[in-house]
Design a protein around this ligand. Structure first.
Ligand code: HEC
Length: 176
């Protein structure tokens, strides 16, 4: 009788372990980045409607603000690149190998990774679209070039073509 109880208990425990929902860190990361992507796009499009100068100012002031506002409750996020415009957008250490893999073309998909202390990191590649070229392309309109040079004297983020890998969105959050 006791043996039977033990066997049943073991079975129940094993079943519970199997049915425990698997946490999908990639889906979690993508959901956390969604408002950052949406707000950045809105700031960029809103700025462009007022003229490229406004758009640069919007990127310059809004981008760090948006990322900062969304970085709460142990969640931090941002954008980075192998060719930085703003040197403060340097990638967190854990994301650097992924950045390099996207540049090398050995990685193309978003990826989640378990970090120390029950934390999770998630990165998504950002590709260049035609609308990005006015500020990141090979030939910038002179007024844009002047403004960017003024704000970012060490800018490396030009010379891109449509479809190029431009950088990453990254987010770090507590694992559950
Ligand atoms: C109106 C000009 C403008 C346009 C258009 C623009 N950007 Fe930028 N981009 C900037 C500025 C200015 C920064 C620096 C923002 C900051 O200080 O964080 C920047 C920064 C970035 C960064 C962060 C990494 C870094 O280099 O500092 C990425 C990634 C990026 N842009 C991608 C894009 C993509 C993709 C598009 C098209 C969808 C785009 N940008 C369109 C001006 C622009």
């Amino acid at each position: 009788m006791f043996i039977r109880f033990v066997i049943v208990s073991v079975f129940v425990v094993a079943l519970a372990a199997c049915t425990k929902p698997v946490v999908d860190h990639e889906a979690e990361g993508a959901a956390l980045l969604a408002p950052l992507k949406k707000n950045l796009k809105a700031a960029l499009i809103g700025g462009m409607e007022s003229g490229p100068d406004e758009a640069i100012s919007a990127c310059n002031t809004a981008a760090p603000l948006i990322a900062g506002e969304l970085s709460i409750d142990g969640v931090t996020m941002g954008r980075s690149s192998h060719k930085l415009r703003n040197s403060e957008n340097v990638a967190p250490e854990w994301a650097v190998p992924f950045l390099q893999a996207y540049v090398a073309g050995t990685q193309t998909d978003p990826v989640a990774v378990e970090l120390e202390k029950d934390r999770v990191g998630y990165v998504e590649p950002i590709m260049v679209q035609p609308m990005c070229l006015i500020c990141h392309g090979a030939q910038l309109p002179p007024n844009i070039a002047v403004k960017i040079e003024e704000l970012y004297p060490d800018d490396e983020a030009t010379g891109f073509s449509d479809g190029d890998f431009r950088g990453i969105f990254w987010v770090e959050f507590p694992g559950t």
